[in-house]
Design a protein around this ligand. Structure first.
Ligand code: TXA
Ligand code: MG
Length: 320
């Protein structure tokens, strides 16, 4: 066995924290059946204990260890999208601890599509609890270097799998209630989920399980972000220049404006390309010391839902 993998397994078995790559973002992993190890995830992230974590597994036959009353729809989605950027929220099985579920009666499960994650999960043979490997409320890491910048020595080991191919967190679908509901949009367009289920998934409702990742201030760089539509972009940027403000612009379709005060970035034109580079770009821009990040609103069609959701949350962070 690869020595890094062996080392990671030993650490997980002993209750250590191992950051590992997935196709979406890097996860901060611990043995999901070890309460003390999972608690350490919360203290390292600075994450409130009421926020549940996703349990990562290697095979669909492990679902029953964590969930009960699993509906047929869960197997349909698992068959179609796992391994992949999809998380299913199901009724928790007896004995699944409150630290995993945030005290709710549901548990979130996912099989990630990354060869290192799958090798780790298969060899470990048990569930690995893993939120994104960032401090609470911050941008998720999409490279091993980002994890190191975020967590430093607080993590026992970082498995390096290069840049994440998807770049934004998984789509979360709640199957614990009467109607399938999307709790967090991601890379998989909702029409594909609907087509697989043969129904229309609803948005989160008041009775849906809480998804604290859906709190407004989340996925945010330190620099304030404003989202501006293409029609107003030039006006806004010229006004900032007039005011002598240093700003970064993440443009989608607008032509660059030349000014020493402006750092201009052209975003990818496809939803997949945009998602893949979004967090790395925001992280880089965050290091420039600008007063503001101006993001030109990308298209609003289904496939852009995940990207638009993260941009809205990043922009919401300057409301409080
Ligand atoms: O792509 C991903 O999902 C990544 C990689 C590492 O797998 N993980 C991730 O984890 O984004 P985290 O903890 O940053 O976000 C997980 C989200 C949180 O918003 C959490 O509240 C929600 O999933 N969640 C976890 N368990 C839940 C449950 N039982 N019911 C409702 N939401 C849940
Ligand atoms: Mg997160």
């Amino acid at each position: 066995m690869n020595p890094d993998l062996e080392n990671a397994l030993t650490l997980l078995t002993r209750g250590g924290l191992v950051a590992f790559p997935t196709e979406t973002v890097y996860g901060l992993g611990a043995d999901a059946s070890n309460g003390a190890a999972v608690s350490r995830i919360f203290s390292v992230k600075g994450r409130p204990l009421t926020h549940p974590v996703i349990v990562h597994i290697a095979h669909t036959n492990q679902m029953e260890q964590w969930a009960c009353n699993i509906p047929e729809s869960a197997y349909l989605l698992a068959e179609r999208f796992w391994p992949g950027p999809l998380t299913l929220v199901l009724k928790r099985a007896l004995g699944v601890s409150d630290i995993i579920t945030g005290g709710q009666d549901t548990v979130a499960l996912r099989i990630p599509a990354h060869h290192i994650a799958l090798a780790l999960l298969t060899a470990f043979g048990k569930g690995v609890a893993a939120p994104s490997a960032n401090r609470y409320g911050r941008l998720s890491p999409t490279t091993a270097q980002h994890v190191l910048q975020e967590l430093g020595d607080d993590v026992d080991m970082i498995l390096d799998g290069g840049s994440c191919a998807v770049g934004i967190e998984s789509t979360i679908i709640d199957l614990s209630g009467e109607n399938a509901a999307v709790l967090r949009p991601g890379w998989i367009p909702i029409d594909q989920i609907n087509a697989t289920l043969g129904t229309t998934v609803i948005g989160a409702t008041a009775s849906s399980p809480r998804v604290p990742g859906a709190v407004h201030k989340h996925y945010a760089p330190k620099t304030p972000v404003i989202l501006i539509d293409s029609k107003r972009l030039n006006d806004v940027v010229y006004r900032l220049i007039e005011q002598g403000e240093r700003a970064a612009v993440l443009a989608y379709s607008s032509a660059p404006i030349n000014s020493t005060l402006i750092n201009w970035y052209g975003a990818a034109q496809t939803a997949a390309g945009y998602a893949r580079t979004l967090y790395a770009m925001l992280r880089e821009i965050d290091g420039l010391g600008c007063a503001r990040i101006v993001v030109e609103t990308p298209p609003q069609s289904f496939e852009w839902d995940g990207v638009n959701d993260r941009l809205l949350r990043a922009a919401a962070s300057n409301e409080d």
